[in-house]
Design a binder for this molecule. Structure first.
Ligand code: UDP
Length: 454
């Protein structure tokens, strides 16, 4: 009988940003553990960690001449649009060459939803492809909704406080103002990018870094809408943890945490892109200092406009943080969240940070900056009920109160119980037999075998 040869190579196409690189590399690790070979296609702008977790992966870089200063000048959204234009041709060439060299062995091109240029090559070479979403299913649903609104009238609605506070029809409990509009570009250009990201074209599957215990109804809604299998395979940081930090982690904060009381510390981090105004930094410092709780604060260099790091902040800042605070430029976040001294996470609510916090059973103070972070913050407060959202102008009194609610009050203890309950559900979903690992990841891998047997 003729032997059936099954194609084994997965081509991954990550977005060059920490919050996207981390989960797609973890996905690569999960697929590798199922016997697939991994090729990661990078643009010249990408960096990936050289962690030994990926030593068996094959890396290729396609030409494209965008620079750090292009990112600064264009802003993240127009940068992505430009990157997609520049990379379409070179990616086609790269895939053509790969097919020749590897003997037609590509089982699937798995591309980040924001790297939609990948679809041109997929179409030309008639390859199976899957879209990988690094946001929640709920945020995907929201982007689909926004992709079909009229930008002008939506802007008017958003400017009217009465409307923007109302629940958006069909998306309860999300309000108009919780929808993932962005601080990184004008609404019109953001909506154009959303149209591209939610258009799955010929992709035969959508993979999401989420789990059904978190958002079953959004996942079901997406499944109905997209008409291709939707695989919630997350949280990947539990299923296939891999070190993929692009910045150097300052581990001295772990020693500092070792000296703090159980459950007493507020860990503060706003991820890899969010910015903070000096006046908000000061309100935060006042509120944290007044709360009398210890705090570990990640202040990324360049995240406070007008200041390299903290040196140009008013002297008052140093006084406020010197007593109970510890500041680093970048932390080993997973290790910090796992530390028994950490009682709450003040976060911008990026999807990775959200999953990582829930995965450690840590309740959150939610201060979203932009995009899908607003969706996640609303879910943390209203659906999972493990967070307190700080809305409107940041004010030291509100900061102090939020810390008290989470760390001191009974309300915080209740939130922690719910967070631990969710943590256990997440862990179960990525165990053998669980919904993410067995049903979703294995179904996806099996679907490749049927599609690719020759
Ligand atoms: N992170 C980290 N150290 C820090 C701050 C953040 O390792 O000091 C990691 C964090 O664990 C998460 C990622 O950076 O995996 C941030 O991703 P997220 O989706 O939360 O936010 P984004 O950076 O995309 O806004």
């Amino acid at each position: 009988m003729e032997e059936v040869r099954v194609k084994r190579r997965i081509v991954l196409v990550p977005v060059p940003a920490q919050g996207h690189v981390t989960p797609i590399m973890q996905l690569g690790k999960a697929l590798y553990s199922k016997g697939l070979s991994i090729t990661v296609v990078l643009t010249q702008f990408n960096r990936v960690s050289s962690s030994k977790d990926f030593s068996d992966f094959h890396f290729l870089t396609i030409p494209g001449s965008l620079t750090e200063s292009d990112l600064k000048n264009l802003g993240p959204y127009m940068f992505l649009v430009k990157l997609n234009q520049i990379c379409e041709g070179s990616f086609k060439q790269c895939i053509g060459q790969l097919l020749e060299e590897q003997g037609n062995d590509i089982a699937c091109v798995v591309y980040d939803e924001y790297m939609y240029f990948s679809q041109a090559a997929v179409k030309e070479f008639q390859l199976p492809s899957a879209l990988f979403s690094t946001t929640s299913a709920t945020a995907f649903v929201c982007r689909s909704v926004l992709a079909s609104v009229n930008a002008e009238s939506f802007l008017l609605d958003m400017k009217d406080p009465e409307v923007s506070d109302k629940v958006f029809p069909g998306l309860d409990p999300l309000r108009y103002k919780d929808l993932p509009t962005s601080a990184f570009g004008p609404l019109e250009s953001v909506l154009k990018v959303y149209c591209e990201t939610v258009n799955i074209r010929t992709a035969s599957a959508v993979i999401i870094n989420s789990a059904s215990c978190l958002e079953s109804s959004s996942l079901a809604q997406l499944q109905r809408k997209l008409q291709v299998p939707v695989y919630p395979i997350g949280p990947l940081h539990i299923a296939a943890s891999a070190s993929s930090s692009l910045l150097e982690e300052d581990r001295s904060c772990i020693e500092w945490l070792d000296k703090q009381k159980l459950g007493s510390v507020i860990y503060i981090s706003l991820g890899s892109l969010a910015l903070m105004q000096t006046k908000d930094v000061l309100e935060m410092a006042w509120g944290l200092s007044n709360s009398n709780q210890p705090f570990l604060w990640v202040i990324r260099p360049g995240s406070v406009p007008g200041s390299e790091w903290t040196e140009s902040l008013p002297e008052e800042f140093n006084k406020l943080v010197s007593e109970r605070g510890y500041i680093v430029k970048w932390a080993p976040q997973m290790e910090v969240l796992r530390h028994p001294a950490v009682g709450a996470f003040w976060s911008h609510c990026g999807w990775n940070s959200t999953l990582e916090s829930i995965g450690e059973g840590v309740p959150m103070i939610c201060r979203p900056y932009t995009g899908d972070q607003k969706v996640n913050a609303r879910y943390l407060e209203r659906v999972w009920r493990i967070g307190v959202q700080l809305e409107g102008e940041l004010d030291k009194g509100a900061v102090e109160r939020a810390v008290e609610r989470l760390i001191v009050d009974e309300e915080g203890a209740e939130m922690r119980k719910r967070a631990i309950d969710l943590k256990e559900k997440l862990e179960a979903s990525v165990r053998s037999g669980g919904s993410s690992w067995s049903s979703s990841l294995e179904d996806f891998v099996n679907s490749l075998k049927t599609k690719n047997s020759m």
